[in-house]
Design a protein around this ligand. Structure first.
Ligand code: AMP
Length: 212
């Protein structure tokens, strides 16, 4: 299965991508995680991406398209994959088409802006990729990852001002992808407003028709 996850920042793409990855045993490719790792490691990619991420803006298309080309060309992606956070603009979606990648389903997780703001302020993440929320998905021990034991932290771009800017970027540049994929006939929307378990159930129901 080749899946794209669409949704505002904080809609729950990362959480659902982990669920889908586990259930269908396909890798999840999260461009945000790849960029944050590059910043942490001080690579050229990280240096190029940092100012955009800190401002809540999109990293230039050619940079992220280059990353995706590399990942999708790897053996791990042969039997399918989940794209979490890519494409995020029409030119990125066109680049995916130009690579000859045939996507089975584009799943859009719908969450209102007010809810997003509430969620982002409580989000805690782990360097291993796991994601928590102080109210809705607290780890067993405060500030510590259930999966690997590392210390959780607040993402720098989850600061209130940056969240506002990320939401504006989402509405202006990413949301038009819904119409783009609806026209192709492979857009499916699920509500992501309620409990994580509710969204997970809706996501699995939505994917069932696409199982091989
Ligand atoms: P995320 O973890 O998906 O919320 O991404 C965090 C930040 O990384 C975004 O706000 C962007 O600055 C950058 N980013 C991630 N994916 C992309 C993409 N496909 N295109 C451009 N910028 C991206």
């Amino acid at each position: 299965m080749k899946i794209i996850l669409l949704g505002a920042p904080g809609a729950g793409k990362g959480t659902q991508s982990a669920n889908i990855s586990e259930k269908y045993n396909i890798p999840a490719i999260a461009t945000g995680d790849i960029l944050r790792a590059a910043i942490k490691n001080g690579t050229e990619l990280g240096k190029a991406a940092k100012s955009y991420i800190d401002a809540g803006k999109l990293v230039p298309d050619d940079v992220v398209i280059g990353i995706i080309k590399e990942y999708l060309g790897s053996d791990a992606c042969k039997n399918g994959f989940i794209l979490d956070g890519f494409p995020r603009s029409i030119p990125q979606a066109e680049a995916l088409d130009a690579m000859g990648v045939k996507i089975d389903v584009v799943l859009s997780i719908e969450v209102a802006d007010e809810k997003i703001i509430e969620r982002m302020s409580g989000r805690r993440v782990c360097p291993c990729g796991a994601s928590y929320h102080v109210l809705y998905k607290a780890p067993a021990k405060e500030g510590v990852c259930d999966k690997c034991g590392q210390a959780l932290y607040v993402r720098a771009d989850d600061a209130a001002e940056t969240v506002k800017s990320r939401l504006e970027t989402f509405h202006a540049q990413t949301e038009p992808l819904k119409a783009f994929y609806a026209k192709k006939g492979n857009l499916v929307t699920v509500q992501g407003q309620e409990e994580v378990a509710d969204t997970t159930r809706l996501v699995f129901e939505a994917l069932r028709p696409y199982e091989a």
